[in-house]
Design a protein around this ligand. Structure first.
Ligand code: MN
Length: 472
């Protein structure tokens, strides 16, 4: 029996969407405000501009009935939604029926019950939208379908990879599935390089001791979260870790020096009792944007996506978009300033948690930051707390922050060790929030929810019970 390859079907959908966009006089491009959404917008906007299609870009933090009505009020004939739209098709289809606009959707999230004609989503073709294609990847397929006779859009694969990594689709050490074909396009087009490398954040910009000290994915006793330990590990190596009195960065090392450092780090991890799957996680595929200047955050895909997320968290999607579109002047300076502010806020947030401490329940620990920590970063602070001596590593952390007058944002973080023992925070967040009239979900090691403010204690009791069951 012949089985049709899934990607050609996606390409057909992309062609359909592209044809409709070409017919439109003007297009409103609406995108989600995060790294994946910003790169989605940059890819679609570039492709529309190259195809000579007049358009404007708008970002939304959340696509709901109100924001969709706001979009309809802009009176564009065609609205292209990227990195969201599928999940909101119930509301979008109402507007479509009323003739408010024709939606064209490039998304990778779970579609709602209703469908629409111009709908590009990997889940509709049996491709996993969580790990094989991101919003930026869907937008990239759309961009390829928009290509004219004057040149192809394969250079946009670089941004598609930034988006996929921004959505953590490389969490198993590299990109897979449809994402891998996009990587291949970027390599062919000469804009991207993929290689096996030490998988720590900050290879381009962090001085070596900070690279090791701040590495949070894999915890190595005596090095992670340990400035003195990281420095003594480095100075014991047979590698010149300083040049002219300054710490070198990973990007400054040659291949031999990198091998020496990486293998010493892995030996140290093994000797410190780090489980073998975590030791393996120290190595992964790194993606480099070869046209960007070495030693800048734009050169490394994961640092680039962090920079974009910083603009998004402070509602400056316009700044992130300008950087993606090539602005290396004011927009890049502003993005870097936002990233510095962001790191400052994280460190103040973590300090606040350390000072105030956490409250222990039987199976979990929690803190309520109120308005002291922005709801957009409280999850990251909770994750940093998990790796710090401020909390008990044998229990997950649940963090609350004010989302609005009526709602609390809940973020939860666990450890890989707890996940191995059965912890699934995605289920905890979903079930406990639904039990109190909220909603949530995510990943086993990190998940979130939104709940009515007055339900905090009821939510905690339910979450504590579920975690207890999972870990028993
Ligand atoms: Mn996304």
């Amino acid at each position: 029996m012949a089985v049709a390859a899934p990607v050609p079907d996606l390409a057909d959908r992309a062609t359909d969407c592209a044809d409709r966009l070409r017919e439109a006089g003007r297009v409103l491009l609406a995108s989600h405000i995060d790294a994946d959404g910003i790169t989605s917008a940059a890819i679609a906007s570039t492709a529309l501009a190259r195809a000579g299609i007049d358009h404007e870009v708008v970002f939304e933090k959340q696509l709901d009935a109100d924001s969709i009505a706001g979009i309809a009020a802009r009176e564009f004939d065609v609205v292209c939604f990227t990195d969201f739209g599928s999940g909101q098709l119930d509301a979008i289809a109402d507007h479509e029926e009323r003739g408010d606009f024709v939606p064209v959707i490039a998304d990778h999230h779970q579609p709602a019950d209703r469908d629409t004609r111009y709908h590009l989503n990997p889940l509709l073709e049996g491709i996993d939208g969580a790990s094989e294609l991101s919003g930026a990847g869907a937008s990239y397929l759309l961009a390829r379908a928009l290509e004219g006779p004057d040149g192809d859009n394969r250079d946009l694969a670089a941004l598609a990879v930034v988006g996929a990594v921004g959505d953590m689709q490389d969490s198993d050490g590299g990109l897979v599935g449809a994402n891998e074909s996009i990587v291949a396009d970027g390599v062919d087009a000469g804009v991207l390089e993929a290689r096996t490398d030490l998988d720590l954040y900050g290879r381009q910009t962090r001085p070596l001791p900070k690279l090791l000290e701040y590495a949070s994915d894999v915890t190595i006793p005596g090095i992670s979260n340990d400035e003195v330990g990281a420095i003594s590990f480095l100075t014991d190596l047979d590698v010149d870790v300083k040049r002219d009195g300054e710490w070198r960065r990973w990007v400054d090392l040659d291949a031999e020096e990198r091998r020496t450092l990486a293998s010493a780090l892995m030996r140290r991890a093994v000797a410190s009792g780090v489980p073998s799957d975590r030791v393996e996680a120290l190595v992964g595929t790194s993606y480099t944007l070869v046209d960007e200047e070495p030693g800048t955050e734009l050169r490394d895909v994961s640092e680039f996506s962090t920079l974009l997320n910083a603009t998004a968290r402070y509602e400056r999607g316009d700044v992130g978009l300008a950087v993606c579109l090539g602005d290396r002047g004011d927009a890049l300076a502003e993005a870097r300033r936002l990233l510095r502010t962001h790191r400052q806020n994280l460190s103040e947030g973590l300090q606040w948690v350390k000072t105030e401490g956490v409250t222990h329940e039987e199976h979990l620990q929690w803190f309520d930051a109120g308005s002291r920590i922005r709801e957009t970063i409280v999850g990251i602070v909770a994750g940093m707390a998990v790796g710090s001596p401020a909390v008990d590593r044998s229990k997950p952390v649940i963090a609350f922050a004010e989302e609005s007058a009526e709602e609390l944002k809940v973020s939860s973080r666990g450890s890989h060790g707890l996940v191995r023992r059965g912890l699934d925070l995605s289920a905890v967040m979903r079930e406990a929030s639904r039990a109190v009239g909220g909603d949530g979900g995510g990943h086993d090691v990190a998940a979130g929810a939104t709940i009515p403010t007055e339900e905090r204690d009821a939510f905690l009791a339910e979450a504590d019970r579920i975690v207890g069951e999972q870990l028993s």
